[in-house]
Design a binder for this molecule. Structure first.
Ligand SMILES: [Zn+2]
Length: 290
């Protein structure tokens, strides 16, 4: 995509003009939800998202776990990708989410339809917005940002663990990008070694977010500060995120295809990402509160 379209909610820095333009962006640009072939990242861990809006499948002996649904279009692809990999979507028992923006939450309803028995876990702040189909977001307002609501079955606290069939995922509430943004960590075996995976929620400061004395939502600046401290302290070997562009998904997939079994093991890339993201946050804070 042009950064103006698929990066709209993922890009660290686009101008306000670009943001406004994105609504009118050429339809040929990849919106981030184009189909992408599902693939294996590690033992029991699969990529099932689209070209940029990510979704992950974890296969346990007690059923399936899905992280994120992409946008409404991606939601259909996610269900299809589970079948393509040879698994049964009705066996999704746990559904979790990074954050309530439409490009990660609008597809959840389709997954719930395919797996009515799935329990949906979400943070209090983002869960309330997903239950309202995107309404209530402090910044993204308008029909094009709204979607089919899904009511959370379980409200997550910070560092709450979600377990199924021998897997344990830990929810880290890392707000700022959204009031209840959730970063997930879990161990996974890649190329014969147990590694710590991290699925980054988002640290992007969207063009138009207000930081400092006037904020997009009260406490947002302090939330970003606390979240950067959390992110920098979390183990991150298998670097994943809610957008493929955060961790160079396509380049890593190419290396995986070329025979590098641990292409997604990238602790240095994870560290570098957070250094860059924090610098972008601090530059924007300084610009708004000189
Ligand atoms: Zn977002």
């Amino acid at each position: 995509m042009s950064r103006t379209s698929f990066g709209i909610l993922g890009a660290v820095a686009v101008t306000a003009a670009a943001f406004a333009y994105s609504a009118l962006a050429a339809p040929s640009a990849d919106p981030g939800d184009q189909p992408y072939p599902p693939f294996k990242i590690g033992e029991g861990l699969y990529y099932i998202g689209s070209t940029d809006y990510t979704s992950y499948l974890i296969v346990t002996k007690a059923g399936l776990i899905v992280i994120d649904g992409g946008d409404a279009e991606t939601g259909h692809q996610v269900v299809g990708n589970i079948r393509t990999l040879g698994f049964d979507p009705t066996q999704v028992k746990v559904l979790v989410n990074t954050h309530q923006h439409f490009d990660h939450a609008a597809g959840l309803a389709e997954i719930k339809r395919a797996a009515p028995g799935a329990k949906f876990y979400a943070s209090a702040a983002d869960g309330a917005i997903i239950a309202a189909g995107g309404r209530g977001d402090p910044f993204l307002k308008g029909e094009r940002f709204y979607y089919e609501p899904v009511k959370p079955d379980v409200t997550l606290k910070d560092r709450q663990q979600v377990s199924l069939g021998g897997w344990t995922l830990t929810a880290h509430i890392t707000p700022g990008h959204t009031p209840g943004c959730t970063t997930w960590t879990f161990p996974v075996t890649v190329a014969g070694k147990v590694r710590q995976a991290l699925d980054h929620c988002s640290s992007s400061v969207l063009p138009g977010y207000r930081l400092g004395s006037t904020e997009t939502y009260p406490g947002q600046t302090a939330d970003y500060e606390r979240s950067f401290a959390t992110w920098k302290a979390l183990p991150c070997e298998v670097f994943l995120g809610s957008h493929g562009q955060f961790f160079d998904m396509k380049a890593k997939k190419a290396r995986l295809d070329a025979g590098q079994a641990d292409a997604f093991v990238d602790p240095a890339g994870c560290k570098a990402f957070y250094v860059k993201a924090e610098a972008a946050f601090r530059a924007e804070l300084k610009r708004q509160s000189p």
